[in-house]
Design a protein around this ligand. Sequence first.
Ligand SMILES: Nc1ncnc2c1ncn2[C@@H]1O[C@H](COP(=O)(O)OP(=O)(O)OP(=O)(O)O)[C@@H](O)[C@H]1O
Ligand SMILES: [Mg+2]
Length: 504
Amino acid sequence: MDAHLAKEPRLSARAIGKTFGGTVALKDVDLDIMRGEMLALVGANGAGKSTLVKIICGAQRTDEGEIRVDGRPVTFATVGDALAAGIAVAHQQVAIIPTLTAAENIMLGQEPRRFGLIRDRRLVAEARALAQRFGVDIPLERECGDLGIGENKILDILKALKSDPSLLILDEPTASLTLNESRKLFGFLRDLKAKGLAILFISHHINEIFENCDRVVVLKDGIKVHDGAVRETNPDAVIRQMVGRTIEDEDWTSHATPGAIAVHLADVTVGALQVPDLTVHRGEIVGVAGVLGAGQTDLIEAMAGGRPGLGRGVVALNGLDHLPRSVEEATARGIYLIADNRLKKALFPGLSVEENLMTGSLDQTSRLGFMRQGKALAAARDVIGRLSVKCSGPAQEVLQLSGGNQQKVAFGRWLVRMAHDPAAMPPLLLLDNPTEGVDVGSKAELYALIRGFAEQGASVIITSAEFGEMLKLCDRIYCIADDKLGTGLGRSDFSEERLLLEVN
Ligand SMILES: Nc1ncnc2c1ncn2[C@@H]1O[C@H](COP(=O)(O)OP(=O)(O)OP(=O)(O)O)[C@@H](O)[C@H]1O
Ligand SMILES: [Mg+2]
């Protein structure tokens, strides 16, 4: 490499501006990314991070400003143009097809003409060579559906590396990973960095940025408010720049005495997961910790009526003596689920924010009933305010919202439902990764809401890839190991190390 090239930013963006209707997503943003550097891009939900990434990778046109690669001005009309210039992206949603093998997934899409030959040995050999080159040790002949989410994430990144990029962009790669899986991913990224790759990394987990990145850029409302070496700042300062205030390490623990038993599962089997005993009292927040895919999502979905016939055993669930046979049966008993994977399971992407908040509250028979609709509408507006959902208005399509704001809408749906369709029982809330992709400021708001519901008598079961979140919020935590739910740990036994130990 020429000496002058080593100092030249790999990518240099100047005065980038982007507006959507009346929303200013980016304003006058400068960004340099150097070779062999891991640069963190942070900011509250809706700050403009993904928009900037989409502009850099050719997925979206910029309104203003220019981009240079190795000092030369470029215009990317398509993602292909950016790829040709050495810029590859792994987006937040993994683009992995579960029914194809790891090798097939890696090689998919690169050369459409070869699609018919996808099972060709040559392609498998190419995938193997690629995996070897980047030191990835994942069984390539296995179907991706049988691999863990962390492994699928690495395969998705490997797929992006296939074009041999010199800049790799990762939009929230660790949002759904547990600590162990994130550590593995960072080990992999450090090796890439050592090979001279530039990496742009987006995350809401401030700690991992301080552990792994070289420089941090903070966006606030589309404007760059900080750009400097990680070692010259600290997490509190970055959070203050992001959300405009400090987030105190608040005490989310319970101050209420737990009430009657709301949930008791004894000798229940859900899929491959055995549940010898799970008890949740009213007013209690109980966590279920496990490595990804350990069965926590199956368990929660079965309790919410989303997996009829999956479980059997002795059940007492908010007044039911069986696992609900349908979501309707569950909600009639005040059992509400916030599902993970919001775009697939929880939201209607083509509908507006308001419509998404209201679906679920308007039952079929009264769908056209004006009174009910009017009430639900008012509740929807209230939720937009309470959760500070960043949108141009209630009529904006939910697909246009930033990732974290979509999650707030998914969370808000049952707030609306509970406000206007109160079941006879205090509710049982089932939360599956409820704050995935939500920024640190809004997380605190959601924790306060969840604790508030428990204090009013609701029982809560939460599972999260972010163990720290359960440690903050839960009164007890059950760990899954070897397809079996253990006995619940009390707060005196709580620590991240203990949980990591228990789930492995
Ligand atoms: N296609 C679009 N149409 C209208 N508005 C959009 C569109 N895409 C993004 N926006 C708006 O631009 C702003 C920035 O969104 P962006 O997705 O870049 O945020 P982000 O920083 O990635 O947030 P998050 O952390 O929640 O992922 C938001 O207010 C969003 O609603
Ligand atoms: Mg985003």
